[in-house]
Design a protein around this ligand. Sequence first.
Ligand code: URA
Length: 291
Amino acid sequence: MEPGNRARVEAWLRYGDDLDLGPYYRDRVALARAVDANADAGSEASEPVHHAMAAAAGQGEAVPSARVLPLSATSLAAGVPARSSPAISPASEPSLFETSDRIEGDTLGLIRETIGDCTRCKLHKGRTNIVFGVGSVKAQLVFVGEGPGRDEDIKGEPFVGRAGKLLTQMIEAMGLRREDVYICNVVKCRPPENRLPEKDEITTCSPFLFRQIDVIRPKVICCLGSCASQTLLQTTQGISRFRGEWFDFRGSKLIATYHPAYLLRNPNAKGEVWKDLQKVMAVLGLQPKRK
Ligand code: URA
């Protein structure tokens, strides 16, 4: 492709990416590099998050408001929004179908042991550490991200880089500490060049995520970004279609919000995210942290 055209296509893809329009399996190595370079140039991470977020929410900043339809996970999977379905299924207990594949007596230790020194997918070739998850097994709130980045790969812990620092600020703004919640990712090994995890990698690794969630049985799952929400809700719809809506996931309430890395690139979206986090806080009976 001609360099001029290539640049235009990349700019369009980046724009779509910023709006979270793309499906998670698109190969975006070049994009990820450009986005990283962009993120490195920003300085929002040091901003006191909840105040910035609350301010953005209160002032009704020019955030393009998502057209939110009341979707059910089933209708999402089929790609058809169900306009009249309740956002959360009335039954708080998981259905028979959902309980059938729970592993009796499973523990986080057993899951980690099963993963072992994993070579099940090609991501193992470039990893330094498997990034399993961190936090409390008794957590009422689980955050699910996409996959480890460079810092996480080196440390073996999720969300410890720039986006991670922002996530920690978000958690603290909710009146919690990192150790009160559980944080994990869809894939446990770093995708090269921070590209999105590919479909086969997600298919291979996500059963371990489902087991982690089954063991913890949180009240709320907060999906960070498209990859996590599309994986758990089994949809290819863009996150802006259903962000901030409640779903049921195997007996837990699930809400999707924008990824902290997206917020680093688009600080205007902090208000939207803060609104989503306030919904989570209402369900968990939390008060925002006082200054
Ligand atoms: N982004 C993610 O999705 N997960 C991490 O652990 C770090 C950054």
